[in-house]
Design a protein around this ligand. Structure first.
Ligand SMILES: Cc1cc2nc3c(=O)[nH]c(=O)nc-3n(C[C@H](O)[C@H](O)[C@H](O)COP(=O)(O)OP(=O)(O)OC[C@H]3O[C@@H](n4cnc5c(N)ncnc54)[C@H](O)[C@@H]3O)c2cc1C
Ligand code: FES
Ligand code: FES
Length: 1288
């Protein structure tokens, strides 16, 4: 047997299971594993991550993938049907994984609760939907949230309830019922587990996998191979082999050995075999708690609390307790609890057993334990607690769900009988040293002390001295981590105090509540006219069954080869030598490509050719593509790529905006927009203040990473490319350029993308040009799908921005004069940065009318991978700075921020700084309706009351308006084409210039054609986007693709309708097919192309005249949050979005698209942090370190409503773009947080404006609260140390 690489999930040619990260962090690869469990004497089903499940571990298991439960071709499973019909599948790349998480839950629990459903998705990510539609759809399976089945006919039917569980955008009564008796039968031969007692051995290319049948055999093997790794869940070893280049030639799998999987209740506690999984641990603890006396269960509760936030369900289903202990990670969640609780560990070797106490001696060094090489961990005994003993565990992470800890701890106190005098105290911390540690000194000093305020004061002071960190410590966040050790102790102190007083009653309830106010289709609209109706995404069912074909799902060609990029490890340097000798002699390697192999031009770039396809002499960022290895398999190519040695002459890099400003490292031109007279404005103003805000970058994190397949056609330099790109034409042009052939030889085809968000607008060509080059050189098809870490390293993201402002205003809050300067971190090439910077400037005043205004923008040239387009395209950064100065003005005047905002709002007919008149300007209405729907003023009073009553929890609220200009600011891009063929059977093939990335563009275009031609959408089909059908397309971007392509489609359809008109007139009773046949027989051309260009566009920066935008989209949002001042955590309790969108082409998109965009904005402004080292190395390169919002981050109350009667004459069927504008509305969460921090600061006597950079992460929130605990851990002085990460 061969052992495929752990991340190889395409094992039997099934492509439904997707690869999103290969590190267990996204859930796209979720499958269900079913096994006969001899202890339970039944079959158990588990959702697991295929990317971490070695094939050998699946012996005697049944694996069900998404293909196994249903298909469009046969029968769709209810789990697949519901996610599709409830609009929970947009790009669809996450969908199979989510389907399988739900399916596994239902197999175990056919009647789950809403909570079970939420919990099942802890390990799944989605970047498009904002999660709400998925939960909405799946709640219909819940016993406490399903459909009542009365089809809206009775008043109290779930469909008629306001804010009820079911929205009007789908009809749950049409869903297929779940019938557990119809599920696939577990193969009977796998139920007989006799073979399990046999030793198994699998030999691969580099690894031997042995599954011993009994303990003696295991110990013999361990004695023979002391270096062998025991592997249970492979969630640690898998990561080490994939990402840390580790190789373990012998692997021992102890999963069938009874002594390692046993659970025993002893006199003192519960003993778990080391190979028990975390899910098993959870189940046993839960049931034991019911049988024990409450005081005995303190530790058990604490472990359960830690497990609640430990990875996702898929990981907990396979990861073992022993694996967590033996990994000896300094941020293990369980080790601090086990250590503080004084658990006993039994270890064993051929020589015998030892029992060790879990204390700080157990972890002598980083990732080392006290076990000898031939010993293994047999079991752990978790003790019961006794009367007068209290125990808590805390974990602080960036994101609540499925995240590793920043600081994690277990805290244990025992009091002298019937007193509050401490007799034993054990505080154990993770995240504060290379190992899990005990705060020994602090604990020693507190023995014999009474549990009161004095003890608290002393404990805090002692901890601040004992729990120190080197300022350069890996992981950074030094002040925050130190403060957390104190804050978490403070939490423990309060908890124990409450318990001592016997009055702790805490109930955590999460109530999901959503109300969707959807617009209605006008009465009397023809049933066949699908415009304005909530039509399901056309590919949704195929996405849910795994049948939808993404780029990497295209079957492999004969002789196809795989490519892996070789990239620079230094940010700025001259290449001295490249040694590929070892790589070339690795198994399967065919070639190593360098710049010398380029037949055409090495110069590339979307706007200006200032980049190289392959570095030639110089590298200008870490991740700069230097070459590529091509081999017979991906694994071989990856292995060889790692052995290419490049030596550099290092040059000084520029990494941060600050460094670029100091060195005046800017790209040209410097842009500026100016209106009024700034100086006069400042003279007129009562007050002037200055401030700054930094807005961090953002990774696109499309679930499908970049992928390209190039197929040379053998003649005349022809090549066909299948690419996951938003820009087919750009790909065609740049590939032609590098190959030195005319564009007419290159065809670029795009079926669909698993998300793009701007990231595949032009950075996708980094890969497609290299893949094309390889295919050209080798004359054979070549493919590459980047791994997540490669994708994140190479492709750049949203531009970080620094905004500096000087604002003059009256005491009333009226802003008179504003000078603002933007600096964006552009990276090592221009890419689209000029347009992005321009858009930031076009949005510098957001919705506020400022008489004297002057904005300037600089593009900082740095040695980071080039930053690029991202939903909003600079607009969000531009407006974020505006909200910062408006917030400062409000604070300086002591007036509520919403009053200052309202006072400064534009009115109908006002001119923007770029002299565009605001017409049909409905922001005032939007604002008022948003305030009313959110009950803003009532909430404000409630918040003030809450804040008076709570010292360590504060609430805040904020309302933010937005105005977003719709059009590409590069005028020539505002054009689109379409091609429509009518075949003689009446079916229609539609092609247009836009690409499908989950936004439902193809669905909308079918709706447009359906109305224009007057035929049902079912007669119309779109196969793909390709450069040989519609040429010279603009990228699918800037929220204008429906507007532009919709008009082009309409134009083509109009031509055809005119051609068919005579036959319709001649035969008015005839059918569509009759007219088409008659026209064909009459030799009429039934193919037409359509074209559209947006009229009256054009802006000149020199004269500040002209119209940059066709129209504006408006909206307002209100958010309410609660922050935990001790940890910096926050939770959003309300989001109310009021958007303007009239007569949308498809009713579902203005409701669901904003939620996805909004959640992306929530990520941008509160969570997502790209961490770069001072040397420019991206440290956060996967879902493990880079956190996008998860299911648990959706607000408890999330409402979207559309403003009625807001006409838009400027777009197809009067629709309004809602793809990008709502992203910025998530700033309302940021400013609600700032509002809450303001309340916390007031407790420490701090008032007035303060700086808060974006994202408002837990760390920033905690530090900004500036209380006495923060003062105990002063930050190290800047310049005296080299930080682990820098703000770029
Ligand atoms: C996506 C993801 C999220 C995660 N989240 C968390 C988290 O929130 N908190 C956290 O603490 N950890 C987390 N982890 C880390 C990891 O899941 C845990 O440490 C897990 O418990 C490891 O168990 P395993 O069975 O998969 O270990 P494996 O990978 O199978 O083994 C890990 C190590 O333990 C050794 N080992 C295992 N059993 C024995 C034994 N009986 N005797 C001797 N050595 C043994 C192995 O040889 C190996 O060195 C996460 C990992 C991933 C991939
Ligand atoms: S691909 Fe397996 S979890 Fe992401
Ligand atoms: S639909 Fe979930 S990632 Fe696109």
């Amino acid at each position: 047997h061969e052992i495929p690489d752990p991340a190889s999930i395409d094992i039997v040619g099934l492509t439904g299971t997707k690869l999103g990260c290969a590190e267990g962090g996204c859930g796209a690869c979720t499958v269900m594993i079913s096994r006969f469990n001899p202890h339970k004497n039944r079959i158990v089903h588990h959702a697991v991550n295929a990317c971490l499940a070695p094939v050998c571990s699946l012996h005697h298991s049944a694996v069900t993938t998404v293909e196994g439960i249903g298909s469009v071709a046969t029968q769709v499973h209810p789990v697949q049907e519901r996610i599709a019909k409830t609009h929970g599948s947009q790009c669809g790349f996450c969908t199979p994984g989510i389907v399988m998480s739900m399916y596994a839950l239902l197999r175990n629990r056919p009647q789950p609760s809403k909570l079970d459903i939420e919990e099942a998705f802890q390990g799944n990510l989605c970047r498009c939907t904002g999660y709400r539609p998925i939960l909405e759809g799946y709640k219909t399976f819940a016993v406490d949230g399903g459909c009542c089945g009365r089809k809206g006919k009775e008043n109290d039917c779930c469909m008629n309830r306001e804010g009820g569980s079911v929205s009007q955008l789908y009809d749950p009564s049409q869903f297929k019922p779940l019938d557990p008796t119809q599920e696939i039968i577990f193969p009977p031969e796998l139920s007989v587990s006799k073979q399990e007692n046999k030793k198994l051995q699998f030999k691969g290319e580099r690894v031997v996998w042995i599954q011993p049948s009994c303990l003696t055999e295991l110990l013999d093997l361990k004695a023979k191979y002391p270096e062998a790794k025991l592997v249970v869940g492979n969630t640690e070893v898998g990561i080490e082999m994939k990402f840390k280049n580790m190789l373990y030639p012998v692997i021992l799998a102890p999963t069938v050995i009874p002594e390692l999987t046993v659970v025993q209740h002893t006199r003192n506690g519960i003993l778990f075999g080391a190979a028990c999984t975390l899910t098993q641990l959870e189940e046993v603890l839960r049931s034991s708690i019911d049988d024990l006396l409450p005081y005995q269960t303190e530790v058990l509760h604490a472990i359960l609390e830690q497990l609640r936030w430990f990875a996702g369900r898929q990981i907990r289903n396979v990861a073992a307790i022993g694996g967590n202990i033996m990994t000896a990670s300094p941020i293990s969640d369980l080790n601090p609890v086990f250590m503080a609780a004084g658990c006993k560990l039994t270890v064993i070797s051929k020589g015998g057993k030892r029992v060790l106490q879990m204390d700080d001696q157990f972890f002598p060094r980083y990732r080392k334990t006290a076990l000898k090489p031939d010993e293994i961990l047999l079991s752990i005994e978790i003790p019961y607690t006794r009367k007068g003993q209290y125990f808590s565990a805390f974990k602080q992470s960036l994101r609540r769900e499925d995240d590793i800890a920043i600081v994690t701890c277990g805290m244990n106190v025992i009091f002298e009988e019937e007193t509050n005098t401490v007799s034993h105290l054990q505080l154990s911390y993770g995240g504060m040293a290379p190992t899990t540690i005990l705060a020994k000194e602090t604990c020693k000093m507190l023995i014999g002390r009474k549990w009161n305020e004095n003890l608290l004061e002393e404990a805090c002071s002692l901890l601040s001295k004992e729990m120190t960190l080197d300022p350069s410590a890996p992981g950074g966040s030094v002040t925050y981590r130190r403060t957390l050790t104190i804050s978490l102790f403070f939490k423990f102190f309060l908890t124990v105090q409450h318990k001592l007083a016997g009055d702790l009653k805490e109930q955590v309830m999460r109530v999901l509540n959503q109300m969707l106010l959807s617009q209605a289709v006008p009465l009397g609209q023809n049933e066949e006219d699908v415009v304005g109706r909530p039509i399901m995404h056309l590919s949704a069912l195929k996405q849910a069954t795994g049948e939808a074909v993404y780029c990497d799902d295209i079957p492999h060609y004969k002789n196809e080869l795989f490519l892996v990029l070789v990239t620079s490890t230094t940010a700025h340097g001259q290449i001295l030598s490249i040694d590929s000798e070892e790589a070339m002699s690795s198994p399967g390697v065919v070639t190593f490509l360098t710049a010398k192999d380029i037949p055409g031009s090495n110069q590339t770039g979307p706007a200006v050719y200032d980049e190289t396809v392959l570095a030639d002499g110089m590298v200008t960022c870490v991740g700069h593509i230097v070459g590529a290895i091509v081999a017979d398999t991906q694994a071989h190519a990856q292995r060889a790529a790692k052995s290419v040695k490049i030596s550099y002459k290092e040059l000084k890099p520029i990494i941060t905006i600050q460094e670029a400003i100091e060195c005046k490292s800017f790209y040209q031109p410097v842009r500026s927009i100016k209106k009024g007279n700034l100086e006069e404005g400042f003279k007129e103003a009562d007050l002037i203040l200055e401030g700054e805000i930094h807005i961090g970058g953002q990774e696109h994190f499309y679930l499908e990473t970049n992928c390209s397949l190039a197929v040379p056609r053998g003649e005349d330099g022809e090549m066909e490319l299948f690419v996951s790109t938003q820009s087919a034409t750009k790909t065609q042009q740049l590939v032609a350029k590098v190959l030195g052939v005319p564009a007419n030889r290159i065809v670029c085809r795009v079926k669909r993308m698993g998300g793009g968000f701007g990231g595949k607008e032009c950075r996708s060509t980094l890969l497609s040009t290299v893949v094309a080059l390889a295919a050209h050189k080798l004359k054979t098809p070549v493919r590459c799908m980047l791994d997540r870490d490669e994708d994140m390293l190479v492709t750049g993201g949203r531009h970080p921005f620094l905004g500096r402002y000087k604002v003059g205003f009256m005491k009333t809050g009226k802003v008179i004069s504003l000078e603002v300067t933007y600096y964006c971190n552009t990276g090592n090439s221009m890419d689209l940065s000029l347009s992005i910077l321009e858009r930031a400037l076009f949005h510098m005043e957001n919705c506020y009318n400022i008489p004297h205004i002057h904005g300037t923008g600089y593009m900082c040239r740095t040695n980071l991978p080039s930053n690029t387009a991202f939903r909003g395209f600079g607009g969000p950064q531009g407006m974020m700075v505006a909200e910062s100065w408006i917030c400062d003005v409000a604070m300086a005047c002591g007036i509520p921020a919403e009053e200052v905002r309202k006072l400064n709002l534009y009115e109908e007919g006002d001119l923007t700084p770029f002299n565009q008149r605001l017409e049909q300007f409905t922001i005032g209405r939007c604002w008022e309706e948003c305030l009313a729907l959110a009950k803003y003023h009532y909430r404000r009073t409630q918040i003030e009351q809450f804040n008076r009553q709570h010292r360590w929890k504060k609430r805040g609220i904020s309302v933010i308006p937005t105005k977003f200009g719709i059009s590409f600011t590069a005028i020539f891009l505002n054009q689109a084409g379409a091609l429509v063929h009518i075949y003689t059977d009446g079916s229609v093939l539609l092609t247009h210039g836009g690409t499908e990335m989950g936004q439902g563009l193809h669905t909308k275009m079918v709706q447009v054609a359906s109305r224009a031609l007057g035929i049902p959408g079912s007669k119309i089909h779109i196969t793909e986007t390709s450069t040989n059908t519609v040429p010279n397309t603009s990228p699918t971007a800037a929220s204008v693709s429906s507007d532009l392509n919709g008009m082009a489609v309409y134009n083509a359809c109009q031509t055809l309708i005119q051609r068919l008109e005579p036959y319709r007139t001649k035969n008015p009773q005839g059918t569509w097919e009759d007219w088409v046949t008659a026209a064909y027989l009459d030799r009429v051309n039934l193919s037409a192309n359509g074209f559209y260009k947006t009229p009256d566009l054009g802006y000149d920066f020199e004269t500040n005249q002209g119209r940059p935008f066709n129209y504006f989209s408006y909206g307002a949002a209100c958010s309410e949050v609660e922050i935990d001042c001790l940890t910096g955590d926050h939770k959003v309790t309300l989001n109310m979005l009021k958007l303007i969108s009239h007569n949308s082409i498809n009713q579902t998109f203005p409701i669901f698209s904003p939620k996805g965009a909004f959640m992306q904005g929530v990520g941008l402004f509160t969570l997502e942090e790209l961490r770069y080292s001072p040397q420019g190395i991206l440290l956060s390169r996967g879902p493990g370190m880079y956190k996008i919002p998860a299911f648990g981050d959706i607000p408890t109350d999330f409402k979207v409503s559309l403003l009625r009667d807001a006409p838009n004459e400027k777009a197809i069927f009067s629709s309004k773009a809602v793809g990008e504008p709502p992203l910025f509305l998530a700033a309302s969460v940021f400013y609600a947080i700032k509002d809450a921090i303001t309340a916390a600061r007031a407790e420490s006597g701090l008032n007035g404006p303060f700086r808060l950079d974006s994202p408002a992460s837990a760390e920033r929130i905690r530090v900004a609260c500036e209380d006495r605990f923060i003062k105990m851990c002063p930050p190290p002085e800047a310049g005296t140390f080299r930080p682990w990460a820098v703000q770029v």
